[in-house]
Design a protein around this ligand. Structure first.
Ligand SMILES: Cc1cc2nc3c(=O)[nH]c(=O)nc-3n(C[C@H](O)[C@H](O)[C@H](O)COP(=O)(O)OP(=O)(O)OC[C@H]3O[C@@H](n4cnc5c(N)ncnc54)[C@H](O)[C@@H]3O)c2cc1C
Ligand code: SF4
Ligand code: SF4
Length: 254
């Protein structure tokens, strides 16, 4: 049975919701999924047209410059932006046709990044510690406190955070947190790559429009690229507002 590329559910071949793209037929679960795909397809076609031939970049370039040298941060941004890429463990893998649109390369946080883009400029440094009771925080719990405030005030729909896997406590599991309890549960740090970008894209697809996003600098850079780069998917949709909270010891970078 084919898989709906938007909601990732299995769909019967006789579904009335189908779309064609570059000689291939895609099958959808319902009219909403088809609408999202058609919108995405239109935007991809537009970006492709705007790319001159000499700027065409394929998955091979991502493999050569980022994956093979071992500098991939396993953020999942490339897999989240292309149906032909999956994360095979911590490694991106091409499993479908590549049309050299360059989107994966252009929004990878490991390509073309300057120090300023990564850290921003520090305007006001503050020292703080959470006053929330029961927060199992890492370095003062400022991140968790800020998120709890944003959620309780209705300023965000959800926060992309990372919790410990129940089976394997050292394995980070990205979570779309919509409740205070989920935030408290995911306080503290897990020192391994968390595929936060996939969770962010899932939240956007679920209709969340104001999203706080927590991650180390490489993940934050992926968010900026997805959001601001002319090739970035959120730039094209402009349907969600993202508040990035970068984690470093004692710093919250926004
Ligand atoms: C993989 C990793 C590498 C780091 N490297 C450095 C470093 O080199 N130098 C430095 O100064 N600081 C680094 N930090 C940041 C630092 O260790 C603390 O995470 C930070 O100071 C926590 O601040 P807090 O007490 O306010 O956070 P808390 O209130 O405890 O909240 C931490 C937040 O981070 C989220 N989180 C936990 N694990 C991850 C993860 N793997 N990926 C994304 N989000 C996660 C949690 O869900 C929570 O929302 C790193 C953090 C991580 C996760
Ligand atoms: S995003 Fe574009 S360049 Fe990257 S693998 Fe997919 S089709 Fe190829
Ligand atoms: S986008 Fe993220 S997962 Fe993909 S190659 Fe770049 S760092 Fe690795």
């Amino acid at each position: 049975m084919p898989i709906d590329p938007i909601c990732k559910r299995e769909v019967p071949l006789d579904t009335p919701y189908t779309s064609g793209h570059e000689g291939r037929t895609y099958y959808f679960h319902d009219t909403e999924c088809k609408k999202k795909f058609d919108e995405m397809r239109k935007n991809i076609v537009r970006v492709k047209r705007s790319l001159k031939d000499k700027h065409k970049i394929s998955f091979g370039r991502l493999r050569k410059d980022i994956i093979k040298p071992g500098i991939c941060a396993a953020c999942g941004a490339c897999a989240a932006s292309c149906p032909s890429i999956i994360m095979d463990g911590e490694k991106p893998k091409l499993v479908g046709p590549c049309t050299a649109c360059g989107i994966c390369y252009n929004q990878c946080p490991r390509t073309i990044t300057t120090e300023e883009e990564l850290f921003g400029s520090i305007r006001h440094p503050y020292a703080a510690r959470s006053a929330l009771k029961g927060v199992r925080e890492q370095d003062g719990g400022v991140v968790t406190s800020l998120l709890a405030y944003l959620l309780e005030e209705g300023l965000i729909d959800c926060a992309i955070v990372t919790a410990k896997s129940e089976d394997d406590p050292w394995r980070p599991v990205p979570v779309i947190a919509t409740t205070y309890d989920e935030l408290i549960e995911s306080a503290g740090s897990i020192y391994a790559h968390s595929m936060t970008i996939q969770a962010l894209m899932n939240a956007v697809q679920q209709g969340m429009r104001s999203i706080a996003f927590v991650g180390p600098p490489c993940n934050i850079d992926a968010v900026y690229k997805i959001y601001k780069s002319p090739y970035g998917l959120l730039h094209m949709f402009m349907r969600a507002n993202i508040l990035p909270l970068g984690i470093l010891h004692g710093y919250v970078l926004t």
